[in-house]
Design a protein around this ligand. Structure first.
Ligand code: BGC
Length: 510
């Protein structure tokens, strides 16, 4: 088959950055733990918004609606105020992620992560003690600022520190911690749901993951690239020596970083302007398309509202939470699969496999719901069909876990040249949050009106994104960050946009 989009560039870049050392492993695990706060929030909001004492205190109208027997099962939770509680975080996160690129450039990736952790911690405390909706929303805005900063800085941190040959595996760590956060939150919700003050504990306990990741981020050193960028050459050398391991000659790599940085600084351009140049069009398209597509897989519909969904399809409130714990664990296992596969078979293989898997599951869920609950959604689904929906959703979650989950953080963090890398990642996080916001704000209304058809809507998007990846996403596995331009130069479509770099091998003669 002609290599429409996927190929490997052999021989580009260096080999000296290929070793996995204990130090780089620990550093990356600690950095990836930033994913905890994002995951915790995702997991906690879905459960808390089904807790009766929480609804009684803040959203009593929803309970009144639920009590009206005639409402069809898709519409019980359709409330704009309830969704705005969930999605306010994303608007704040969007604003923060755009500011974060400047912070990550001037303060460094590590300090941006620390700042994110602290902001999230304050937000969690306010939410735990919330006495009214205003406090609840204020808390969520601070949580949003927190994840806006960490989601921007962490993937870039991981891609810059990881050995290129294993960059994919190291980067999946971020999604893995998001997954741990989700599962931890689901378990906590399960334990607290029985108490009238349970929601407070669930929301307030977010300070634990925030404290863990903030302390972790304080302990690691910044990435060599970021230190060079900020003129801290001695520290950059130390940081490089630490992650590359004892006995490694880090001088050539350091010289290379200094070189890339000097080129970037000489251009002295505003990165938010540079990124719109024609030669960066392929990068920009990916930075926008990948997070957009990740969201229209429908994952958050499953993640945020799994408990709601399971309850509406006939599980009791306890079993709804158990169901979402099961989903979370399956997702976690599949991220690990991705860790081992992503640098062997490549990103495209996983994207395409996961895409097909998710497509089939969404279509199947739609068919089961149509057949069992009727077109109007008023018939009650039987227990065995509810379990079938759960099984399908598990297969779906596994598909997401080894494809669009981790890879949507990885791709934007590895395709940009150093001078616009933080900007590219910022745009990507902003698109991710904006799309999540629109989807979560509209999902319950869409579900209420389109019923099982909602799942077909997402299936359609999954088909589009899988075709998009097949034709337009070049394979990036194993390519050092500073040789990444080669993948665009050799791509059948994108080659017409990029400016061919003079053939250079920065590592020759070292
Ligand atoms: C996505 C989130 C999603 C989570 C699920 C992340 O990669 O960006 O929107 O909720 O994965 O685990």
């Amino acid at each position: 088959m002609a290599p429409v989009g996927g190929f490997a560039v052999i021989g580009a870049g260096s080999d000296f950055k290929g070793k996995i050392t204990v130090s780089v492993l620990i550093t990356c695990i600690v950095a990836a733990s930033s994913g905890l706060i994002f995951g915790y929030d995702i997991g906690i909001s879905g459960g808390v918004t089904t807790m009766v004492p929480f609804l009684q205190k803040f959203f009593p109208s929803i309970l009144r609606k639920a009590a009206e027997a005639k409402t069809n099962m898709y519409c019980v939770y359709d409330s704009q105020v309830l969704t705005s509680f969930t999605s306010s975080l994303y608007i704040a996160g969007l604003a923060a992620s755009l500011v974060a690129s400047r912070l990550a450039t001037t303060l460094g990736r590590k300090n941006t992560m620390v700042l994110g952790g602290c902001t999230f911690l304050v937000g969690a405390a306010i939410n735990g003690g919330a006495a009214n909706i205003a406090m609840l929303i204020l808390g969520r805005i601070l949580l949003g600022f927190g994840v806006g900063f960490t989601n921007q800085a962490t993937p870039v941190y991981l891609s810059e520190v990881a050995p290129p040959r294993w960059r994919g595996a190291f980067n999946t760590g971020f999604q893995f911690f998001i997954g741990i956060g989700v599962v931890a939150a689901n378990c906590i919700n399960y334990g607290t749901a029985k108490h009238s003050w349970g929601w407070r504990l669930s929301l307030g306990l977010a300070i634990v993951p925030a404290a863990i990741m903030t302390i972790g981020a304080l302990l690691i050193s910044d990435t060599p690239s970021s230190l060079v960028e900020r003129g801290k050459l001695a520290q950059a050398k130390k940081s490089l020596a630490k992650v590359r391991g004892k006995g490694t000659d880090v001088e050539p790599e350091l010289a290379d970083l200094i070189n890339s940085c000097a080129i970037a600084k000489a251009a002295n351009q505003e990165p938010f302007v540079t990124i719109f140049e024609r030669q960066y069009r392929p990068h920009l398209v990916m930075a926008v398309a990948i997070p957009f597509f990740q969201q229209v897989t429908g994952i958050n519909i499953i993640a945020f509202y799994a408990p709601v969904l399971f309850q509406s399809v006939g599980f009791g409130s306890d079993s709804a939470l158990i169901a979402s714990i099961i989903l979370g664990v399956v997702n976690l296992g599949s991220i690990l699969v991705s860790t081992f596969v992503v640098d062997r078979y490549g990103r495209r293989f996983l994207f395409i496999l996961g895409g097909i898997q998710m497509f089939v599951c969404q279509v199947a869920v739609a068919c089961v719901l149509e057949a069992t609950t009727g077109v109007s959604g008023t018939k009650h689904i039987s227990k065995s069909y509810a379990i079938l929906v759960l099984v399908l959703m598990c297969i779906y979650a596994a598909g997401f876990g080894w494809s669009w989950g981790p890879l949507s953080w990885l791709i934007p963090s590895e395709i940009f040249p150093m001078k616009i890398r933080p900007t590219g990642q910022s745009i990507s996080v902003a698109v991710n949050f904006a799309t999540t916001f629109v989807l979560s704000q509209t999902f319950l209304t869409i579900l209420c009106h389109f019923k099982f058809g909602t799942f077909l809507f997402y299936a359609g998007w999954i088909a589009v994104m899988t075709i998009f990846v097949t034709f337009f996403l070049p394979e990036t596995k194993g390519i050092p960050l500073d040789s990444m331009y080669t993948v665009w130069e050799q791509h059948w479509y994108w080659c017409r946009f990029v400016q061919k770099q003079p053939s250079q091998n920065l590592y020759d003669g070292n």
